[in-house]
Design a protein around this ligand. Sequence first.
Ligand SMILES: [Fe+2]
Ligand SMILES: [Fe+2]
Length: 305
Amino acid sequence: MISHDYDYRTLLETSQRVNWKLEDVIDGKTLDFTRPFLPEALAGVEGIRCLNDAEKLKLNQIRGFTYLYLFGLVEEYILPSVLDHVRDEASGDGHEVRALLNFAGEEAKHIQLFRWFVREFERGFGTPCGVIGPAGDVAAAILDHSRLGVFLTTLHIEWMTQKHYLESVKDNAAENLDPLFCSLLRHHWLEESQHAKLDTLVVDKIAGALGAAVIEKGIDDYMDIGKFLDGGLMAQVRMDIASLEAAIGRTFTEEEKGEIERKQVEAYRWTFLLSGMRHLNFDRSLRELSATGHERVGELASAIA
Ligand SMILES: [Fe+2]
Ligand SMILES: [Fe+2]
């Protein structure tokens, strides 16, 4: 149904080869608050005219914080969804079961990694930064959709992670980004490379057992989850503006707030929604699942672009 050249055995072998220990990545490490965290392609702070360079750096760091916080947040729904799926497949192929259990174990480790980062950031940044959540409520709201809708969302997120790292972080010496933040993204990307492919196999299997009407419903569910997440991102933008005001000790005028909000809505939507919806591999899988569903997602992407 979905074209690919992935198999569970090879993906399991690769994941065992690249696997890393949490302690090796974080022990004895700290963030350097004199440097930006997130590449400008994702942070989108440079074009904001009402901020000076020091204020842009603060906003970049807030965006780096919410970037990893939000990854941790979505991984809290991915983990139980993978465990539910593997429970149903437990009597099947041994490589499939082991590769999926490994996938779940890696996401559990990533959640720990991102929680450590959140504590580390809060310790060093100096002023509190509000975040959407709590994670359990967001996870429950996402999981309240069909399994196909949920795994299409995960497929979107996994390919999006690949794009962010390969196009914006890897080989990016020009922006002088914080080395620890880059290391967290690199280690995450290393394991996510297998997740994106495993998810393609999972979506293919789930959709292969469904009729055309149920597949359409799954794609609609994916879009509903996307709209739900978009609402969360819009709330996060407003919280970031309040966090920035606290961090730099000034209150923005309505006009300044409006400018920051417009630029940041655009940056958040690109980072978390459009770079997944329009990822070439995600786009192809969606088109192969349903031409009309693919068209609906394309219209949604154009509406928020
Ligand atoms: Fe992850
Ligand atoms: Fe993942």
